[in-house]
Design a protein around this ligand. Sequence first.
Ligand code: BTN
Length: 243
Amino acid sequence: MPSIIHLEEKDSTNTYLKDLLLRQEVEEGTIVIADFQTGGKGQRGNSWESNKGENLLFSIVLYPNTIKANEQFIISQVVSLAIADFLKKFVDDITIKWPNDIYWQEKKICGILIENSLTENNINESVIGIGVNINQTIFFSDAPNPVSLKQITGEEYHLKTLLEEIRDTILLYYKQAVSENRAAIISHYKASLFRKDGYHLYNDGEKDFSARIKDIEPNGLLVLETDEGIERKFAFKEIKYKI
Ligand code: BTN
């Protein structure tokens, strides 16, 4: 099995792993995990909050050279599904909030930050940063709706055991994606979506509107149909869910 590099404290496991890749060869599937991050990075330029030693904060490297640059959304789907499936062993009501947040009911239990480096047409390396809230029970930042596994079940979890299970699940789904069996992953992803049915409120940066999820395009665009029957497509930064 690829190695797990354990660090007590770092700015960000994604940054550490990307620096390591510049300096030496790193086996696919290698993980860097930290007890604490001083500059944990989130999506949209946000930071990622976690108490020391209470949650899973790690990054894993993949080399999906056979996946085309314009198909890179499959990596988001693979990782989201793997984590969602893993969490479903412990709790119900786990969904994937497009593109790759993992939710329990209306709250966020896991965030994923994927940093791909591309060659002309393909993905060269993919550094996938994952923060799963496990044992933390009080959150201080202004993140609107965090939740941890312990808050849901009342139980305390052994982080190392969980990490190995998540890694194995990610590699399993990844293998499936690489071996071209992508249709199953894509339909499983769509079936697991947060708010997949019915009309809900969204904001496009100008106004709130009510819409339903119609589809997710292979390139990752979210396709909505407004309650007036108009189809609208959005990239990640162009829309917010009203939670
Ligand atoms: C999000 O905003 O939802 C993405 C959060 C990703 C956080 C993880 S924690 C481990 C890895 N290292 C980072 O700096 N960020 C990711």
